[in-house]
Write a protein that binds this ligand. Structure first.
Ligand code: HEC
Length: 114
């Protein structure tokens, strides 16, 4: 029994440490806001005017955003919303022309998470 307990403690220590030292998100939420939202990268891609690099960066930024924890709101809802953003950005990546990124609703998200 003692071994089992120690084993579990050991495991959680490993996972706990792994969690702390896991790759830091590549961008903070603020960085994503500055570049993708306020900066217009997201709008550019949605309008079909983004380059291949722009689209890649947007997917990367939304992915990183989901790895951050928002200042308020439910982390589970945040994860879902960010997953939607990533999916929309990936769809835009494949699309030739316009591809609405509907989940990028400034006010709706700010009301819940900012
Ligand atoms: C998926 C949710 C989400 C969406 C969509 C979103 N935001 Fe944000 N935004 C946030 C969160 C969360 C913060 C707070 C970040 C913090 O304080 O760390 C924030 C903060 C900001 C800030 C302040 C950044 C700073 O440096 O303090 C600006 C400006 C901003 N958003 C602009 C926008 C604009 C413009 C749009 C729409 C085009 C938008 N955001 C869409 C979640 C979102």
């Amino acid at each position: 029994m003692r071994n089992l307990v120690m084993g579990l403690l050991g495991l959680s220590a490993v996972f706990g440490a792994g969690y702390v030292y896991a790759d830091e998100p590549k961008y903070t939420i603020k960085q994503v806001m500055k570049e993708a939202m306020k900066g217009g990268l997201c709008a550019k891609v949605a309008k079909g005017e983004g380059s291949k690099e722009d689209k890649e960066k947007l997917v990367e930024m939304f992915t990183a955003m989901g790895q951050n924890t928002p200042p308020k709101g439910d982390k589970g809802d945040w994860d879902k919303l960010c997953a939607k953003l990533v999916a929309d950005a990936k769809a835009a990546q494949k699309a030739e022309g316009k591809s609405a990124i509907k989940s990028a609703n400034c006010k709706a998200c700010h009301d819940n998470f900012k």
